[in-house]
Design a protein around this ligand. Sequence first.
Ligand code: PMV
Length: 350
Amino acid sequence: EDNKVYRASTFAPVNIAVIKYWGKRDTKLNLPTNSSLSVTLSQDDLRTHTTASCSASFASDTLTLNGQPQDISTPRTQACLRELRSLRKDLESKNSSLSQLSSLQLKIVSENNFPTAAGLASSAAGFAALVRSIANLYALPASPTELSRIARQGSGSACRSLFGGYVGWNHGSAADGSDSIAYEVAPADHWSDMRAVILVASAEKKDVSSTAGMQATVGTSALFKARAETIVPQRMEEMEEAIRKKDFAAFASLTMRDSNSFHATCLDTDPPIFYMNDTSRAAVRVCQAINETAGRTVCAYTFDAGPNAVVYYLAADEAAVAGTFRGILGEKTGWEGSRGEKVEKAGQVP
Ligand code: PMV
């Protein structure tokens, strides 16, 4: 009947890059200057849940996040909706028995189970869930690769959340972005004892958005060129090999050095951008101490566009890594109260 509500839901997990995306060659299509690689967290931990519905009874497209109405008119969100509607329209034109969902208004309802825009990759899970929920609603025969191309236009890093496990994002070279897509480096069960703990140094909204920060870095940093042209391409190869061989020491060394390299280009931006704070630097030192005490590399820190640390480790080293952080940071200021929560989530990586 006329006012029927069509509905589909999905979860999308957060992904945390170990080789960082930082810099756009095309700001409209979110085309990156360099490739990147991430680990997708288990969706039991940090994730967005999204329900997309459409109905002739809806007056306009709407989007809410954690119960708050969001601006759906932003060019990035519009690009995703446009692409998905046009794929549905193609289906409808080929099969006249399909309902004309592409002409109905959409209602998108999302819930994050973690702080939004605190450098916890909220936009990645958010756009991945938005794109997949609508693709499900429209019954699109689209592969994760195809959906990654669409989600990338919402938020670059979102393209990597369409896959589980170990995921690359090829920078691509086509001007229309058709080859700037995510790909599976290895499924989660290839290296299933990988774990991550997130140290929430501040749950506040970050002060320089990743888009503004990237543009400033691309425009002013002298270090940036070397990073994009030589450092990252080399590390992408080494990281894929470390993952293939399940070589944690190599994985960890590349992860920590690449995080430091990314934050160095932020510091090299004019005016400088500081995402890491004193609490972040304390976490770096604790990781170093844990590795020294163990006599081998058992943990790897990485920081996105915010002060929170993500620390990767293997399940066998749970006590040495997550246990140490829980034990000592619970006692220190900077990890509790107004400046943030204590150590957590201890996340299994699928
Ligand atoms: O996709 P965005 O705009 O949220 O940018 C993400 C940038 C980093 O998180 C810092 C790095 C990355 O590769 O995820």
